[in-house]
Design a protein around this ligand. Structure first.
Ligand SMILES: [Fe+2]
Length: 145
């Protein structure tokens, strides 16, 4: 798979619920920082653990928020949303496991991390335009009621 590179945020990813949009930007930024750290390969042993911790924080903070909203307001696709989030969390865990399993930064390690990063990047793009978009449309109606 070609590396997916940096995620450029554009207006089409704005879903209209402020806290969710803000968290999406945080998630995109930290995912981009992971990519830059790997790609530039500079000080990676020092940078990557911090970035992986930040990524884990944003993932759980954000996904918990969306899942809580989905359950509270009976979003019809709540289970699908949770399953989709679980896929992303599993990919993240694999990346983290792989990094700590092989902390020496060799070429295959970099390739594997880039590969997992690309999966996460592509998942996020797709997820924002589909399930998250549906969730936000749904929530906007509910919150206006
Ligand atoms: Fe989201």
């Amino acid at each position: 798979m070609e590396p997916a590179g940096l995620f450029e945020w554009t207006q089409e990813y704005e879903l209209g619920i402020e806290i969710i949009d803000r968290q999406h930007k945080d998630l995109i930024n930290v995912l981009n920082d992971v990519y830059s750290a790997i790609y530039e390969g500079d000080n990676i042993e020092k940078k990557l653990p911090e970035l992986l911790n930040a990524l884990e924080f944003y993932i759980s903070e954000h996904m918990d928020l969306e899942e809580n909203y989905a359950e509270k307001y009976n979003f019809p696709k709540a289970n699908e949303l949770i399953e989709s989030h679980n896929f992303f969390k599993t990919t993240y865990s694999e990346l983290r496991y792989y990094y700590y399993e092989k902390p020496e930064i060799s070429h295959p390690t970099i390739q594997k991390i880039l590969h997992l990063h690309s999966i996460m990047h592509k998942w996020l793009r797709f997820h924002l335009k589909t399930l998250d978009k549906e969730l936000c449309e749904f929530l906007k109606e509910k919150l206006e009621e």
